[in-house]
Write a protein that binds this ligand. Structure first.
Ligand code: DX5
Ligand code: ZN
Length: 219
């Protein structure tokens, strides 16, 4: 039997005036990870939160923090995010010239290393560093904002990555991010995803809905 799909609510869709409570509420509602979208207004056209906010939130949850860096350069900030409590740190290949070095650095810091693929990005380069990857995050929207529509063509990429990961024999988390809803989640899981990020689909309806919203994504 396949392992249970990990659900990682993106706090981008939460109430920023009550972030600590929101993180506690999603853990109580059954979330597996807390997904933190870090944006710099340069790599993506939006600005969100930095390491100090991650540090402030860390005591509010026991589940892992899955930090998605949409910043360029990323390397100067890896240590700060790790010290703030990031368990998983994922970077976009386009954010810097030396992806392999960045992944090694993330692991040296004691975190798990992830690579994020934009809708237009290819998977081929990953096969040359598969040993250095703990997670692949497939963007099913263009990064920068929550609440966008799912780009179905990315399911073929998830299928191709599933094959690449299985052939490698490594335990690599295959995560999908963007437009994940109760409609699109089963398609991601069928294509081979093992973790799903969801912002709007988890936080809609307020805290009393979080448990039902998360359960609806597991299918
Ligand atoms: C987009 C972010 C996503 C986003 C997901 O740049 O990486 O994590 O917040 O939001 P929804 O689930 O609303 O598409
Ligand atoms: Zn994200």
């Amino acid at each position: 039997m396949a392992a249970r799909t990990l659900i990682a609510p993106s706090i981008l869709a939460s109430d920023f005036s009550r972030l600590g409570e929101e993180v506690r509420a999603i853990e109580a509602a059954g979330a597996d990870w807390v997904h933190v979208d870090v944006m710099d207004g340069h790599f993506v056209p939006n600005i969100t939160i930095g390491p100090d906010v991650v540090k402030a939130l860390r005591p509010h949850a026991t589940i892992p923090f899955d930090v998605h860096l949409m910043i360029s350069p990323a390397d100067p900030y890896l240590e700060a995010f790790r010290e703030a409590g990031a368990d998983w740190i994922s970077v976009h290949p386009e954010a810097g010239p030396h992806l392999h070095r960045t992944l090694r650095r993330i692991r040296e810091l004691g975190a798990k290393a992830g690579v994020v693929l934009n809708p237009g990005s290819d998977i081929q380069a990953l096969q040359w560093m598969i040993e250095d990857i703990d997670l692949v995050l497939v963007m099913s929207v263009n990064p920068g904002f929550g609440g966008q529509s799912f780009i179905s063509s990315q399911l073929r990429k998830v299928e191709a990555l599933r094959k690449m990961i299985d052939a490698s024999g490594r335990e690599i988390v295959l995560e999908v991010d963007g437009g994940v809803t109760p409609d699109t989640a089963p398609r991601c899981i069928a294509a081979g995803a093992t973790a799903l990020v969801a912002g709007s689909a988890v936080f809609r309806g307020g805290p009393e809905r979080y448990a039902a919203n998360i359960a609806a994504l597991r299918g």
